[in-house]
Design a protein around this ligand. Structure first.
Ligand code: PGA
Length: 257
């Protein structure tokens, strides 16, 4: 069962996750983070950077693996996820860039380089906390509807909906890459703790399908139901279509301490 926590605002939700991550790193300085990009986790990274500074948390042994990366952008493109992770995570937190890894796109995401990426996650001891967003089409990472629930890191084709959703980061929709390399659903499920964040009414249907709908490759986010330790962190708008909202609020208010 996932823990579903609904906050009154994205800011409050992001603060909760930032504190969770700060505690994790304080308890285990060699934490391996699973890093999501997109608009949703930005405030989490900002909050975490503040906590790292205020509490003087050592981060030099922290490592990180990004969920996904576009194929076909020139190296250094500001919207490549390497650039986004560098700008929003590595530099504000003061992480060691050599410990931060992105899915391999330089060779177009060959099966061999994807295997090397997976091996690197395994050699790091696996991901401790995987931060996840969810697409309006239900994707996690860039595992679009139809992705195998057992999939590993591989080359994928983005849906028209994802390319439309992400066009805001580019000059036009045509500039959004068609392909990406993403960690697979099987890869994501091996992280020890999944923390899925979603804000805003545009995510409400995808959240309800992922948390309460049937387990289905048609809604890749529903794969979180297979994981023993999931925390879903939402604002009111993203929680609007949950049938069991009252119970989640009750369980959170009465959480065992
Ligand atoms: P967003 O993307 O945070 O930009 O809404 C989420 C996702 O596509 O996984």
């Amino acid at each position: 069962m996932a823990e579903v926590i609904v906050f009154e605002s994205p800011e409050a939700a992001a603060s909760h996750v930032a504190a969770l991550l700060a505690d994790q790193i304080e308890n285990d300085p060699a934490t391996v983070l699973g890093l999501a990009t997109g608009s949703t986790p930005g405030r989490v990274y900002e909050g975490l950077a503040r906590l790292v500074r205020d509490r003087s948390i050592a981060v030099d042994a922290v490592s990180g693996f990004a969920l996904d990366e576009y194929v076909g952008l020139e190296p250094g493109h500001p919207e490549s996820y390497r650039a986004v992770i560098d700008r929003e995570v590595v530099r504000p937190l003061g992480l060691d860039p050599d410990r931060i890894h992105l899915p391999p796109v330089a060779d177009g995401g060959s099966p061999e380089s994807c295997r090397v990426f997976e091996d690197r996650i395994a050699r790091a001891g696996g991901v401790d906390v995987q931060i996840l967003g969810i697409g309006t089409d239900g994707h996690i990472g860039f595992n679009e509807p139809g992705s195998s629930l057992g999939s590993r890191t591989r080359l994928k084709t983005l849906t028209a909906r994802t390319r439309r959703d992400n066009a805001r980061f580019f000059a036009s929709e045509d500039e959004v890459p068609v392909h990406c390399v993403t960690q697979g659903i099987g890869t994501i499920l091996e992280a020890r703790h999944l923390v899925l964040l979603a804000f805003g009414e545009a995510k409400a249907a995808a959240v309800a399908a992922a948390v309460e709908g049937p387990l289905s490759a048609s809604v890749p986010g529903s794969a979180i139901q297979l994981h023993p330790r999931v925390t879903v962190v939402l604002d009111d708008a993203a929680a609007a279509e949950l049938r069991h909202r009252e119970y989640y609020d009750f369980a959170w208010a009465n959480r065992p301490r």
